[in-house]
Design a protein around this ligand. Structure first.
Ligand SMILES: [Zn+2]
Length: 301
């Protein structure tokens, strides 16, 4: 291609606009703030998901776009560390020129370095991740204080009469569930963690409550109805079991009187009398024996 034709192509290319650097600095900083928290909800099931975001954060990508954004990303990271100096222990370098050259993301004391090993709320060193925002480290105490009302998936299913596909619709894409409208359920914020080799999924109770009301309507009335039908089912099952037991006992009384005595707590004497009676009814030659001889025969004394 001749230089003149290449020049013509460039001339006709649409002008690429850089929308990000055109934004006011405050707005740019708000964007950096919003991409700072990261979360891989299925981390306990796919631990590899987090490795990419840990190694290269969106802020790293932004800082590499151009010099202007690079400067603003570092300026924002510095202001974050400074604003939270009570937990980050941020101290500017003595020489402002050295301070200006500092890598505020990945350098010593940089935001992403600090974030990797400190609780985001109290600044304590911890390797533990926040359950519902696992891009941040978070000690157990702060996790409980910041998200006090978490609920496991098992409890959400039991206590709110929900199904797995209602809580995690994006994980259920079968044609049948799609037909049932599973995709219409709102996607709840959730997190997963591994404890004693058991993977647990957690939600916020308020979110689960809202979902259950959207599905069941008046939740209190629905749960009361469910409780009544469970009690009625239990009652029917108990009545059925009792009827069967009674039939078994009736059969046992006629066919296995000693087992019947054992089951019902009655005496062996009563069982012997029953057996004697049954044998008489069956015209068996036991009438020549009195009850005492019959008992002796059975080894009852
Ligand atoms: Zn903490």
């Amino acid at each position: 291609m001749s230089p003149s034709s290449a020049h013509r192509i460039i001339e006709h290319m649409p002008e690429l606009k850089d929308h990000l650097t055109a934004l006011p600095i405050e707005l740019q900083h708000l964007i950096f703030e919003s991409v700072f928290p990261t979360h891989c909800p299925d981390l306990a099931f796919h631990p590899g998901d987090a490795k990419d975001t840990e190694a290269v954060h969106t802020l790293d990508h932004l800082a590499r776009t151009c010099q202007s954004i690079n400067q603003q990303v570092h300026a924002w990271a510095r202001s974050w560390l400074k604003a939270h100096s009570a937990i980050t222990r941020y101290k500017p370098m003595e020489d402002p020129k050295d301070e200006a050259k500092r890598d505020m993301l990945r350098g010593p004391g940089g935001l992403l370095v600090w974030k990797h090993s400190h609780c985001i709320f109290c600044g304590k060193q911890t390797p533990r991740s926040a359950i519902l925002m696992n891009g941040f480290r978070c000690c157990q105490r702060c996790d409980l204080a910041e998200w006090p009302d978490k609920i496991t998936k098992t409890k959400a299913i039991e206590n709110f009469d929900l199904r797995d596909h209602q809580l995690l619709p994006h994980q259920h894409t079968s044609a049948l569930l799609l037909q049932l409208g599973a995709s219409k359920f709102p996607r709840l914020h959730y997190g997963t963690y591994l404890s004693s080799n058991v993977r647990t999924t957690m939600f916020l109770r308020a979110d689960v409550h809202r979902l259950a009301e959207a599905i069941h309507g008046d939740l209190e009335a629905h749960l009361a109805r469910r409780k009544r039908s469970a009690a009625s089912r239990k009652q029917k099952m108990e009545a059925k079991a009792e009827k069967k037991r009674q039939m078994d006992l009736d059969w046992m009384k006629k066919n296995a009187p000693f087992q019947y005595a054992k089951e019902t707590g009655s005496s062996n004497d009563a069982a012997a009398r029953e057996l004697h009676e049954l044998m008489l009814q069956a015209r068996m030659p036991v009438n020549v024996l009195g009850m005492e001889s019959f008992r002796t025969l059975l080894g009852l004394w």
